[in-house]
Ligand binder design. Structure first.
Ligand SMILES: [Zn+2]
Ligand SMILES: [Zn+2]
Length: 239
């Protein structure tokens, strides 16, 4: 059996799962494998990036890679002022099945009508998987497990609930929170500039030598700010 792996945005690679996350990742892998059996267009394996920030939104999904990484937030706030609590197995499995429906229609030409990502083509594919789909705020975006899919995935829901009952987020270092971030350009070796996070995120900063934009070195960004960095602004080490 291959060691459980999760995506590390710092190293831009897969790393071994920290022990405290292993039961959750195992349950996610199993749930995804069961969902992938519903349609051959759903990739059998995906990578996980557990985050305290937002989950991958439908608009960010890309399936034209052999390393699909799903960013998944395991917590939610019941309301704006309350402390975050762990999401339920049903909530997570519903999200996974929703994401899988996007994989099914990834090759389809976009259909007309309202809701770019939740158009009628998506709706039909999601219903085909066994999801109940109704109109929501962005097209056909109100998505629940249908009764027979819920029965089929119930063991996965239970396994996730069990794993989540014992799961706590790791509290990352916060010392860099307000500190400056490093940005690098495409020169060899890259030139480095250091600038406050607000300035780094404000817009393009271009190197006068290589004419490329400075990109943000994620290793200098504290974990709880990483979701704020758009992928196009990320610097990738060339080594
Ligand atoms: Zn969606
Ligand atoms: Zn340069």
């Amino acid at each position: 059996m291959k060691p459980l792996q999760v995506w590390s945005p710092v190293k831009l690679t897969y790393v071994e799962v920290p022990p405290q996350d292993a039961p959750v990742v195992e349950a996610l892998d199993k749930a995804w494998a069961d969902i992938a059996k519903l349609d051959k267009r759903i990739p059998e394996h995906v990578g996980w990036y557990l985050t305290g920030g937002r989950s991958t939104s439908c608009a960010q999904l890309s399936w034209d890679t052999d390393q699909v990484v799903l960013r998944i937030n395991l917590q939610t706030r019941p309301d704006a002022n309350s402390e975050p609590v762990n999401r339920t197995g049903e909530d997570l499995v519903t999200w996974l099945a929703h994401v899988a429906a996007h994989a099914v229609v990834a090759e389809e030409p976009p259909a007309g009508g309202e809701g770019r990502y939740h158009n009628p083509v998506f709706r039909d594919a999601a219903r085909e998987l066994g999801l109940d789909v109704e109109k929501g705020t962005t097209g056909w975006s109100s998505i629940e497990l249908g009764p027979s899919l819920e029965r089929r995935l119930r063991p996965d829901i239970k396994a996730l609930n069990k794993a989540l009952a014992a799961w706590k987020p790791e509290i990352g270092p916060r010392r860099n929170q307000r500190g400056p971030w490093s940005l690098r350009c495409a020169c060899t070796p890259p030139r480095t500039i250091v600038t406050p996070s607000g300035n780094a995120l404000k817009g393009r900063l271009t190197c006068g030598i290589c004419r490329s934009d400075f990109k943000i070195d994620l290793s200098t960004v504290p974990p709880d700010r990483r979701d704020d960095v758009p992928p196009r602004m990320l610097w990738h080490p060339q080594s």
